[in-house]
Design a binder for this molecule. Structure first.
Ligand code: FAD
Length: 378
């Protein structure tokens, strides 16, 4: 008998969400993460409507709100030829967006999954998979100086965009993107901001994202050659290139001592499953962060994968049918978004073209919310 129904490798947005749903369905789950609980990670963290819908349904939004994460009810788009404010209407039970720090979001998901019965092993670095013939049957991991083996009916790779599990199982590529953005971001205090603000200017993008501790996450994105190494100078120059209004407000306040740089990574979509394994979140699907959508997609795919695993592991539906359905649904939503993010990441657009691209991205988000809202809540 395997030790668990499922072992999930990676315990952040995708992994903790998948574990939460599997545990609530009565399955035994072990989550292994090489990091420690509650640590930060390289990521800004604007959530879109699909993610807030999921967090609400799962009963996790109250911890996000309880951590004084500000509610976002306005979005402002800054284009080279004008500023477009948008009021967020209520729909599908969501009347505000949120951008919790990863030190708030990820532990909230872990706490919910743990209270549903999932076991967590942090500081546990998965280094290998066990197989019985072709099917994957377990993992080998290092915890301190010990090497441990645990077995399961399914191993889920939720281990991010450098997924070890994807490598170990040889998950094939379904699609790859051609362009990459690099980013610099940090946390400003006392910045005047009105909800999410997104700017698309002269070969540069910028964003203001209100978050916990009365701070605003400020980012700039561009081709990696423009991001360079002079963090504060680049943030000032690219914000000015993206939006004079945002640049003027940024000049009023002091820059933080610490900025983080992301050098860029091209988007991809990998096969989502094989015998005894499945991938979820960035491990299976990564798009340029200019879409600000990876977390929302990670939560969406956790829901789709958990549903597929429950009918496979609990109800006996064959893997190829249940996980094949997961892959088809994920690809239908993820592929168009990957392609649009890839076009935005060229940074070769004027105001008309970027409006069209953002309109297409918005349509993808509507499709995603429509699918999530239509799922049977039981
Ligand atoms: C610069 C930047 C900005 C972004 N901005 C946004 C944004 O505004 N909005 C948004 O929605 N998304 C954004 N994203 C994307 C978002 O960060 C990801 O989509 C999200 O983190 C995916 O979550 P995940 O759980 O799949 O992976 P991760 O958050 O990467 O978690 C993977 C986990 O797996 C663990 N792990 C890895 N290897 C192993 C191993 N061998 N053994 C055990 N554990 C392992 C890691 O420790 C980690 O905890 C941004 C990304 C970047 C880089």
């Amino acid at each position: 008998m395997p030790d668990y129904d499922a072992i999930v490798v990676g315990g952040r947005a995708a992994g903790a969400s998948t574990a939460l749903l599997l545990a609530r369905a009565g399955l035994s789950v072990l989550v292994l993460d090489r990091g420690r609980l509650g640590g930060d990670t390289l990521s800004t963290h604007a959530l879109m409507r699909g993610a807030v819908l999921q967090l609400t349904r799962w009963g996790v939004l109250s911890s996000i709100v309880g951590a004084a994460t500000p509610a976002i009810r306005h979005v402002t788009f800054h284009y080279a030829d004008g500023i477009v404010p948008v009021e967020l209407g209520a729909s599908h039970g969501v009347d505000a967006l949120y951008a919790p720090r990863r030190t708030v979001l990820d532990p909230a998901l872990v706490a919910a999954a743990a209270s549903a019965g999932a076991e967590f092993g942090h500081c546990s670095n998965v280094v290998g998979v066990r197989r019985d013939g072709e099917p994957v049957t377990g993992v080998e991991y290092r915890h301190g100086s010990r090497t441990e083996v645990r077995t399961a009916r399914i191993v889920v790779g939720a281990d991010g965009r450098r997924s070890r599990i994807a490598d170990l199982v040889g998950a094939g590529l379904v699609a790859v993107a051609a362009n990459t953005s690099a980013f610099i971001y940090g946390y400003w205090e006392e910045l005047e901001v009105s909800g999410y603000e997104w700017a698309y200017g002269d070969r540069a993008a910028a964003g203001f994202i209100p978050t916990n501790d009365s701070r605003t996450c400020v980012f700039v994105g561009a081709d990696s050659r423009r991001i360079g190494r002079d963090g504060p100078g680049v943030v000032a120059a690219l914000t000015a290139a993206a939006s004079p209004s945002m640049s003027a407000r940024l000049r009023e306040v002091a820059a933080p001592a610490r900025l983080r740089t992301f050098p860029g990574q091209a988007g991809y979509l990998r096969s989502a499953w094989g015998p005894g394994w499945a991938l979820v979140g960035d491990a299976g699907s990564w798009k340029d962060p200019i879409s600000a959508h990876g977390l929302t997609d990670a939560l969406r795919d956790a829901e789709l994968l958990a549903r597929a695993l429950v009918v496979h592991l609990r109800d006996g539906v064959p893997e190829k049918d249940s996980l094949g359905t997961y892959q088809a649904a994920r690809n239908r939503l993820a592929l168009p978004m990957l392609r649009i993010a890839d076009r935005i990441a060229t940074y070769r657009w004027g105001p008309d073209r970027i409006r069209v691209l953002l309109g297409s991205l918005n349509q993808c988000m509507r499709d995603e919310v429509g699918l999530l809202a239509g799922l049977d809540p039981t």
